[in-house]
Design a protein around this ligand. Sequence first.
Ligand code: ADP
Ligand code: MG
Length: 707
Amino acid sequence: MITQAGQNINSKKEPLSAIPVRYVKGVGPARAEILARLDIGTVEDLLYHFPRRYEDRSRFCTINKVKVGEYATIKGEVLTAGLRRGKGMALFKMAVGDETGVIYAVWFNQPYMQKMFRSGDKVVLYGKVERYKDIQITNPEFEIIKDEAEEMIHAGRIVPIYPLTEGISQRGMRSVVKNLLDKYLEEIEEFLPQDIKKRNDLPGLKQALFNIHFPESENLRKAAYERIVFDEFFELQVALAQRKARVKGADDGVAHKVGGELMGSFKAVIPFKLTDAQKKAITDIENDMASTKPMNRLLEGDVGSGKTIVASYALVLTVSNGYQGVLMAPTEILAQQHFMNLNRSLSPLGINIVILTNSVVDEAREEAKRMIEEGRANIVIGTHAIIQEDVKFKNLGLAVIDEQHKFGVDQRVQLKQKGFNPDMLFMTATPIPRTLAMTLYGDLDLSILDEMPKGRIPSKSYWVGEQRREGIYKFIAQEAAAGSQAFIVCPLIEKGKVLSEAKGKKEDLKAATEMYGKFKKEIFPQLKVGLVHGRLDNEEKERVMADFRSGKVQILVSTTVIEVGIDNPNVSVMLIENPERFGLSQLHQLRGRIGRGNQRSYCILLSDTESEEAKKRLKALIGTTSGFNIAEEDLQLRGPGQFFGTRQHGLPELRYANLVANVKQLEIARKEAFDLVKGDPELKDPGHGQIKEIVRRKFTGKTELKA
Ligand code: ADP
Ligand code: MG
């Protein structure tokens, strides 16, 4: 309907996300600039700018009951007030009385305060009670009650305390938020279906948003927070569910045939009995690969749980179907190791494997590329070099990414695009709990290797101080004399190249090059000592690693380049220098390099650290060998942002919900979201229109949810 003014009054109101915040009463252009510093640009931004905490100023205290040194909320009437100036100072003092007594409110250097109050005004004061000459509150929060029915926002209630920036006070922020709610609260549209709210006992959106700012009670505040957390998880999970449905919906993947002669010969050469977990993962993968829908599966397993054989199985399966397989690893060393292992076990079966890394150059590189393009290479193993544009596959059937968290989202996508909807298998050695994994990689199916191969003797971990250093050197020498090998891990490559993070404190960090020299000349002159770190050229690295594998090098001094995947069952000792410098999960990964054979092995953390945080990490590490426990502990200690490295993983930043504390809500929201998308994959139902819009607005353009 068109009105005379030509306005279409049936047209939808502008969404709050499209209205600039300066239109909120009390904001205006100047304050809008201040708010912009808090990333608040629109009415919606301000609406979702939540208090960081609250103060309960709702319990009134009569003046005769106030206690010096404690905070109190009192209600009374302004009796007298006066401004005194002197010595460059202004003091405004006001007497407030109730039926039980008199108290003073005092403001320093705020002469304008005298304009705020008139005798007879009813006021509420909140602040810390002090005694000078009189009982007084300095700089109290206050509220002038004009009309008993009108809501108080600064005192006399549970009061929000906001994150601020220079130029706006708590009082100012509270007022503009209140103005916003007065004007726009009624325009907030509910987007959650009624039945979801009901099932989960969630308040409506309006009520939640009001109570998150100005809680009418602690219970209502809690309920409001539950709703906000639910929304945040729910929106994310709807996006993931849709993405998953889209991948699954594609029907043009490679349908592999399972079984066959080659698979039979492969199974026959596996030198050990698979664990039940490995068998289960292989079945999952076979089912996925047999389907016309592309596989999109994450294989999660602690270090040493045997992911490689599972990946090999899948690679051989694609080859037996006449396709090519690719395995991409994050480091040259790891790619080399995979190449050697797979080549040893698979080339006797007539499978052709090529390696492609940045150290494969010139004619060798051209030949590798030709073999890949012409399909003569059945399996390609390599690093990022594989995803370069000039590398073309003939018919890629399966892509495996090892230590997938070391790759960016784009790189994973680029690998996928080397084929036409190839099956994808991602592997990770960060064993996070299932629910979290599903959230983080919510669009992937999940197989977990939660069982170690039998017959392993778990490594023992010790944390010792400097005074034991000599003894440890002796122990390493003994082990070497008995035919074992050792890793010595240092936090730095060279001294002085990395600034110490400890503020102002001089730290004596061990550097690999320096320790190498010392070990070789002074401490283990009788042994062969090697050095490997990230700045060596690839040829050098390879040579050292090969010598270490063959036993020519007995002691390998290294940085964390050995963190991922290196497999040498003959190593019995790992000495970690300055372990306080490493993260918990990282230490666990490092430790995973030993205990891979059938002799007892030892991980020794040498540290006199005084940092409480570091002590916690070291204690946690020696307390358990389970990667799942470690991951959970690490997550608790560091928080999800740090733990996952949000950017890297592409997990959208959670603003209100906490992955650790709110994991139950996460499960619930996930279930609701997946159910909703199951019933209405494209969110076509008009009742889901808002959710669709929110998900579109918040998650499209985010690579990790697009792909
Ligand atoms: P990760 O999961 O850390 O990649 P690997 O695949 O490198 O672990 O396996 C670690 C070691 O365990 C390798 O030497 C591998 O040959 C061996 N292994 C794997 N599965 C089994 C098994 N079922 N029984 C015995 N040894 C196994
Ligand atoms: Mg591995």
